[in-house]
Design a protein around this ligand. Sequence first.
Ligand code: 13P
Length: 241
Amino acid sequence: MRKIVIAGNWKMFKTQAESLEFLQGFIRSLDQMPEEREVILCAPFTALPSLSKNLHGSIVYLGAQNVHWEENGAYTGEIAAPMLTEIGVRYVIIGHSERRQYFGETDETVNLRLKAAQRFGLKPILCVGETKQQRDTGETEAVISSQLEKDLVDVDQENLVIAYEPIWAIGTGDTCEVNEANRVIGLIRSQLSNPNVSIQYGGSVKPDNIDQIMAQPEIDGVLVGGASLEPESFARIVNYE
Ligand code: 13P
């Protein structure tokens, strides 16, 4: 059975105080949410410890936005998996397009990070997706196929979430047409050895398009940027109909 997984990616937003303020408004709205939905907040590193304390006993899981492949070492500015699991972090986003685009992340480092996350008890959310130019030149399938092939070498597909995030749809308000997102996610699934991996859609997910997105048979959840920053809008998303 594929699980429904709804994750907020806060990117580089929210201080510790702002994170706790969000939580106060958000937690209340989960009372009516069907139990089989998994909700994750992927917060900045500095907000994770206090969120973890305040989420104790709640159904919301915590995620980080990156993790290094070594257990420790001389890697200035990086974070190791045991530092995350110690404070109750369960998920980690790996290979987000912003890391690939601005911080030199490659399929090889994505693969190292995925394997390390799993080795140390974190569940990775692997992001894949094409640029506008790649889509316009008909390369979408090839690009995603190549990302999956390289990123998933020796990765355990029993402990994995994938997010299809077309780069041109991120932060632009230009959501991928739902049938097309459904089609690409179906293609991703056809390339996996485990048919039960949950595959999310990400890119301008909002309260007003969530019902339509989640009605698609291949889409098992969403990875939400901007609309996860306000408790009311993220609450509407997790409580989709
Ligand atoms: P937006 O929802 O702001 O488009 O961001 C999507 C994203 O990058 C989630 O990881």
